[in-house]
Design a protein around this ligand. Structure first.
Ligand SMILES: [Fe+2]
Length: 142
């Protein structure tokens, strides 16, 4: 399992979204480092994972609010993708009682952070920036 390093390729251009994506990557890397430590860190791992899930939820809410506010036409599709990701990751997490497959969860999050950001979020970023720019021009011209 590899660490995730932020680079400009991940940039959506929306400041708050980029900030949250960076924070998510850092949380992911910290969790990964914890997993690689020796010993029984079960309790702190569960806590870190819970923290990550909570932050993901906050992040999805932010994105969805921005999409709504900018009348994004792909909003429903994007929101469905968020829902799908949440339920998949939750299903993995719920196996906690049977001994959670941390590596499975991590590889899922790794793929999500890469693919969802690079494709779906960047697409919204392009739309959002154009939209905001158009509104700005409208204001200046009026
Ligand atoms: Fe998203």
């Amino acid at each position: 399992m590899q660490e995730l390093f932020w680079n400009d390729e991940y940039k959506t251009g929306i400041e708050i979204v980029d900030h949250q994506h960076r924070a998510l990557m850092e949380m992911y890397n910290q969790l990964l480092a914890q997993l690689n430590e020796e010993g029984d860190f079960r309790a702190s791992l569960d806590q870190a994972l819970q923290g990550l899930f909570d932050y993901v939820q906050t992040h999805f809410d932010t994105e969805e609010q921005l999409m709504k506010a900018s009348h994004y036409d792909d909003f429903e599709k994007h929101r469905e993708e968020h829902e799908h990701l949440t339920s998949q990751v939750f299903a993995l997490y719920q196996k906690k009682g049977e001994g959670i497959d941390y590596l499975g969860v991590m590889s899922f999050i790794f793929n999500w952070l890469q693919h969802h950001i690079l494709k779906t979020d960047k697409k919204f970023g392009t739309y959002y920036l154009q939209n905001v720019r158009l509104q700005d021009q409208g204001l200046r011209n009026s």
